[in-house]
Every structure is written in structure tokens, then in C-alpha cells.
Design a protein around this ligand. Structure first.
Ligand SMILES: *Cc1c(COP(=O)(O)O)cnc(C)c1O
Length: 409
């Protein structure tokens, strides 16, 4: 049977799961606790013998509806939602790794993920940061105790694109868990499953929610990974269907024990926001391409980083793997331009740290989100002091171009 399109599937997601009263939006259920037919029913739910809700930290009907929505978007097997993207990343990795394991991570990572991985090192997990734009670097870093590889699709701020499908082949051959942070592309631009990723993580806070009004994160099991080969699954979680072992362990050890649960109000905001993801992201990507082309041709800008430019090192790869080139681009300003003055001259572009908002946001990166990392690590990541990152929104292109022209003038 022909599969329905991205818009259609997403828009009708809540309704298809027969919600109460036939509502088209899943209701916001603020209840922390649940009632049962009788005490035996309560016990059976706790023992996993009957389906049901036991406590708001682990399950909530509004959150479940959002999880199902993301699973459909990712064409995945199952998803678990968390309070933030970072909660999804940290809970997942802590649930699935243990001391003595080795993790290979891209050296081009979201700053807080990078910081979290250095925390893992303090718990006895060895982390190798390698340039993931070339699979041979990952391959060379594999050791006997390598349990997982973690990469992002389009890295922030210099927009490097990991060797996504080749890494998928490599991890499949070695039975290594392959975790892809899909935040920058979202399932609308890229399905990690198509590159044989085991888990896809989305910070819903960004493009999926899209309005900068709610935090949230998910991890989706793509169904590609054979959990029976994974040595870190705890015996207690090996009882049922083995395709769900990973999700069960993330849910018990990550969500239940670490407690980063998504609230039902935020889940509702994120679900509503997600309905227009393809409309927003299409337009933001088109705006980003036009602005990046403008910047690349401008004499006061020395470098422009955007996967949609032919000068981008992974331009071909991006074209092959992604529906569009994303809505983030960065520039390095020529010496005569001060990055603070440059941003201060803009009125449509907001100076802000977020990304994936409907509004265009700009930030000088070395002085802010990558400040704590220190000069040496920044240099290794190709982040110069004059770099400014833009998260392009859905304003009229003419207004954005006018702002850039004025600020550079
Ligand atoms: C923002 C972001 C995160 C973290 O998401 P939060 O919801 O802010 O915790 C993780 N990965 C990437 C690539 C991000 O851009």
C-alpha cells in the first residue's frame, strides 16, 4: 500500500489513535497519578502484565501521543520523550553505557553534548572525539570495548556533515550502537533510519516544536539495531520482545530513574508546533540558502559555511542524503567588521542563543555558546572569534537581505 505523506500522517496522528470524545488534538492530561479497577489491576500494571499508566514520571497520555507522532515521523519502532533534548541525550547514554566502555563521538558537536561527554569520562567511560565527516576516522578509532558511535547530522556552527550512511554500514558490520542527533535536520529533511542509525535523537525544542515556546526531546529506536547483540542490556529487561529491550532500558534507567520527564503542557505545544514543520522548514531552508549565497559573495565576509553552497566540503553528500540543506549557516567576518556591531545593526535578526525558531536568530559563537570550551578546543573545531551563526526563520527574504546589507554597510 502507498504510504501517506509526511504532512498527512503527522496531521492525523492524534485522531488515528482514537482519543477521548473523538478530539482531533490529544487532550492535555495533567494527572500525575492514575486510578484502577481495583488493587489487583494496579499491581498488574506495575508488573507490566497489563497495559496502563502507573506514574506521571514514566508515562502520560498526552506525552504518549507525542511519542507516537515522532515515531511515525521517524518511520521508527518506538520513541521516548524527555523534558529537553539534553535530557534525551544524557538519559539515553547513561542508560546504555557503563564504566569501562568506549564511546566514539564526532568532534563537531553541540556544545552541551560535548560537555556532557566529558562528564561521562569522569564516570570511567572513555570517549574518543574524531572528525566524523570521514568514516575512516571512526573506523580507526574502534576498539574491542567500543559500544557506541554518536554523531550529529549537520554540526553546529560550522555545518560539517557526518559521513552518515558510511558510518551506518560500519556500525552494522561491527554491531556497534549508532546514535544520530537529528535535531538540525529533523525527520522532515533526513531519516537516520535510512542510514542504518540505531537511535535517532531530536531536540523537539528546535524545528519540530518550532516556535521557541517549549522544551522537549525524544529518542527513537529506528528498529535497525539488534539488541540481542548488545552486551549492556540488564537481565531484568530481557524478558519480552527483544526489539524493545533498548527502549525498555532507556525508559527504566533513563527516564524513570533519572526523572527528566516531559510535561503534558509542553507535549501539547510541541505536538501543535510539529503540524507545520514541513511548511516552516521548507521556507527557512530556502531563506538560508539565499542568505548564505549573499554572504558568500560579500567582500566583508571572509567565509560562509552552509551545506547548500558548492564550496561546502560535504555539499554533494548533503544533496544526496537530505531533502534540503538546513536552516543554519555561519559566517566569518572580515577583520574590519566587529561581530557585536554587526549583530547590533540588525533589527529583524534577533541576537539569541536558540535555533529552530520561526524568527531569524544570530549569535557570536566563540564568545557565548562555545566560550566555556576554551580557545584550543574552539580552534580544533574550526570556530574563529569572528564567527557568527544564524538560525534562519520564516520572515520575508527581502527583509532579511535588507538587514544583512545594512549591517555590512
Ligand atoms: C539544542 C540542541 C540540543 C539540546 O536540546 P535542548 O532541548 O535545548 O536540551 C541537542 N542537540 C542539538 C544538535 C541541539 O541543537
Amino acid at each position: 500500500m502507498r504510504k501517506k505523506g509526511f504532512f498527512t500522517t503527522n496531521l492525523h496522528s492524534d485522531r488515528c489513535d482514537s482519543p477521548e470524545h473523538g478530539v482531533l488534538h490529544k487532550a492535555i492530561h495533567p494527572s500525575v497519578a492514575y486510578g484502577y479497577e481495583d488493587a489487583r489491576h494496579l499491581a498488574e500494571v506495575f508488573q507490566g502484565k497489563r497495559e496502563g499508566y502507573n506514574y506521571g514520571r514514566q508515562l502520560n497520555p498526552t506525552v504518549t501521543a507525542l511519542q507516537n507522532r515522532i515515531t511515525k515521523m521517524e518511520d521508527g519502532h518506538a520513541s521516548i520523550a524527555f523534558a529537553t533534548g539534553m535530557a534525551a541525550i544524557s538519559s539515553t547514554m547513561l542508560a546504555l553505557l557503563k564504566s569501562g566502555d568506549h564511546l566514539i563521538a564526532s568532534s563537531f558537536l553541540f556544545g552541551n553534548t560535548n560537555s556532557f561527554f566529558t562528564t561521562l569520562e569522569r564516570f570511567g567511560i572513555e570517549v574518543s572525539f574524531v572528525d566524523a565527516t570521514d568514516v575512516s576516522n571512526i573506523s580507526a578509532a574502534i576498539k574491542e570495548n567500543t559500544r557506541a558511535v554518536f554523531v550529529e547530522t549537520i554540526a553546529n556552527p560550522a555545518t560539517q556533515i557526518a559521513d552518515l550512511d558510511a558510518i551506518g554500514e560500519l556500525c552494522t558490520d561491527h554491531s556497534i550502537l549508532y546514535v544520530v542527533d537529528n535535531t538540525m535536520t529533523s525527520p522532515f529533511l533526513f531519516l537516520p533510519r535510512s542510514a542504518k542509525a540505531s537511535l535517532s535523537i531530536n531536540a523537539l525544542t528546535k524545528y519540530i516544536g518550532g516556535h521557541g515556546n517549549a522544551l522537549g526531546g525524544t529518542v527513537t529506536d529506528t528498529g535497525c539495531f539488534d539488541w540481542e547483540t548488545y552486551p549492556n542490556i540488564i537481565d531484568d529487561y530481557k524478558a519480552g520482545d527483544h526489539s524493545l529491550w533498548g527502549v525498555l532500558q532507556i525508559k527504566k534507567k533513563g527516564l524513570r530513574d533519572m526523572g527528566g520527564a516531559l510535561g503534558p503542557e509542553a507535549a501539547h505545544h510541541l505536538a501543535v508546533g510539529s503540524e507545520t514543520l514541513p511548511l516552516r522548514l521548507n521556507r527557512a531552508c530556502d531563506n538560508a540558502l539565499a542568505l548564505a549565497q549573499f554572504c558568500e559573495a560579500h567582500p566583508k565576509i571572509s567565509r560562509t559555511f552552509y551545506p547548500g553552497l558548492e564550496s561546502h566540503l560535504q555539499h554533494q553528500r548533503a544533496g544526496r542524503l537530505f531533502r534540503k540543506y538546513g536552516a543554519i549557516f555561519s559566517v566569518e567576518l572580515a577583520d574590519v567588521v566587529d561581530c557585536f556591531e554587526f549583530l547590533n545593526c540588525m533589527d529583524t535578526v534577533v541576537s539569541s542563543s536558540n535555533l529552530g525558531d520561526n524568527r531569524t536568530l544570530g549569535i557570536p559563537v566563540a564568545q557565548t555558546i562555545f566560550y566555556e570550551m576554551g580557545a584550543e578546543r574552539r580552534a580544533a573545531m574550526g570556530i574563529s572569534d569572528s564567527m557568527v551563526r544564524f538560525s534562519v526563520g520564516i520572515e520575508e527574504l527581502e527583509d532579511l537581505l535588507e538587514n544583512f546589507e545594512k549591517a555590512l554597510g
